[in-house]
Design a protein around this ligand. Structure first.
Ligand code: GUN
Ligand code: ZN
Length: 434
């Protein structure tokens, strides 16, 4: 079994912190992380490593960086890379003008394969080691993403999009898309480091019959996830209630088909009533906070403290291509801005927790990813500023760990120097750092 030894500052979490002094913050200023095969074997202070007879010269020196858990993106579209930064529309028009045309191109299996590889490259270079991913309606495109992730040993959840109305013909399921979903579940769910999410795009593009069959699918495969969009934009919620007049509210639209449960992740969840939040809390569902996307499309400001008051779990996500960066760090910086606009403050340690162990919890994988700790899978990201940049200067003047981290969140779009996936080096910034 191959062994790697990395030396540098390590920041990880064992619980959700409120601030720098919270017990959940595991920070070692000078540590050695020992990787054996695909797992983290041990994390210990460099001094202890040396005292126990370890030779620091056998360690890769990452002391100018910061070793953190691989970042987790709780909602992203691999099919929308070509429409990041598309001007001038809010949600429903943006879908018609930009997202749907980009997704139509995935009818070509060759295009889908190239995009799947490019998508996984982009994630790694931004330090993201796990994502919950929308593909497109095309089964072959979903197959291509799973196959590429399997080859790279990436931990990932994805699903073929279900939609059979209110979209261009080439993007509609011919039937209800359930048989194709079953074939993909049987082929990929629980294999390698992969899992399947039943993925109705949102209720505006699914008939009641399709949503009902999606609910049956979840009941048939209890380990499978549910991944959809919810209450992102006021125009969407209005149309949703017109299409489903029998539903009490938008959560009820999904609930009446058995889609609201512990393994359900709903992107956005901005425009929800108290009753809807109570239901999400009772069901143990997760909202994926997508601040970059919400600011970009003008969808609204998610009230994080309100979610906490209702005990609703939330994760955090880029939502590329409505989100404008693959970087989870930048996304956390945008989350801070959203909090500011709602009169709140998102502490950088709480934010980074959310993008690591918090998202791992949301996916039920907190026993294997989201921490730099013995026994965990060796998915790691190393942050280090490019010398001579504004970020490098700001990190240089930071007095505390929280200040240093906050600089990464606000200025760290290009801060990832290395990314390890399952113990293997998946990305190294050129020229190699250090
Ligand atoms: N709601 C339904 N589909 C989408 C999508 O592709 N992006 C976003 N941001 N919201 C959606
Ligand atoms: Zn989305």
């Amino acid at each position: 079994m191959t062994e790697k030894r990395l030396r540098g500052p390590v920041l990880s979490f064992s619980a959700r912190p409120t601030d720098a002094d919270a017990p959940g913050v595991d920070y070692l200023d000078d540590a050695v992380v020992i990787l054996r095969g695909e797992r983290i074997h041990e994390v210990l202070p460099a001094q202890r490593f040396q005292r126990d007879g370890g030779d620091l010269r056998g360690c890769e020196d990452l002391s100018a960086g910061l070793i953190i858990p691989g970042l987790i993106d709780a909602h992203i579209h691999c099919s929308q890379m070509s429409v990041i930064a598309s001007y001038g529309s809010q949600l429903l028009e943006w879908l018609e003008k930009y997202a749907f045309p980009a997704e139509l191109a995935f009818a070509s299996a060759e295009h889908a394969q190239l995009q799947a590889e490019a998508f996984l490259d982009r994630l790694a270079e931004h330090g993201t080691t796990t994502s919950l991913t929308f593909t497109t309606v095309h089964p072959a495109a979903t197959q291509a993403l799973f196959a590429a992730a399997a080859r790279r040993n990436v931990r990932l959840i994805a699903g073929k999009v279900l939609m059979n109305r209110n979209a261009p013909d080439g993007l509609l399921d011919r039937g209800d898309g359930i048989d194709e979903s079953v074939a993909l579940i049987e082929r990929w769910h629980g294999r390698h480091r992969l899992a399947y999410a039943v993925t109705p795009r949102f209720a505006l593009t699914c008939t009641p019959a399709q949503l009902s069959r999606a609910g049956e699918l979840l009941a048939r495969y209890p380990g499978v996830y549910l991944h959809s969009h919810l209450a992102e934009h006021p125009d969407e919620t209005r149309s949703m209630l017109e299409l489903f007049p029998e539903a009490r509210d938008c959560v009820d639209v999904y609930d009446r088909f058995g889609l609201v449960g512990e393994r359900s992740v709903f992107a956005h969840g901005i425009h929800l009533s108290d009753a809807e939040l109570e239901r999400l809390h009772d069901a143990g569902s997760t909202i994926a906070f997508c601040p970059s996307s919400n600011l970009f499309l003008g969808s609204g400001l998610l009230d994080l403290e309100r979610l906490d008051r209702f005990g609703v779990h939330y994760g955090v996500a880029t939502d590329v291509g409505a989100g404008t960066s693959f970087s989870m760090l930048t996304t956390l910086g945008d989350g801070y801005r959203v909090a500011q606009l709602t009169g709140q403050s998102w502490h950088p340690l709480r934010a980074l927790y959310t993008a690591t162990l918090g998202n791992a919890r949301a996916l039920g994988w907190d026993d294997r990813i989201g921490r730099v700790a013995a026994g965990y899978e060796a998915d790691l990201t190393v942050l280090q500023p490019v010398p001579g940049t504004v970020l490098a200067d700001r990190i240089g003047s930071a007095r505390t760990l929280a200040e240093r981290l906050f600089a990464y969140l606000v200025l760290g779009q290009q801060a990832v120097a290395r990314c390890y996936i399952g113990g293997a080096l998946a990305y190294v910034r050129e020229p190699a750092v250090p």
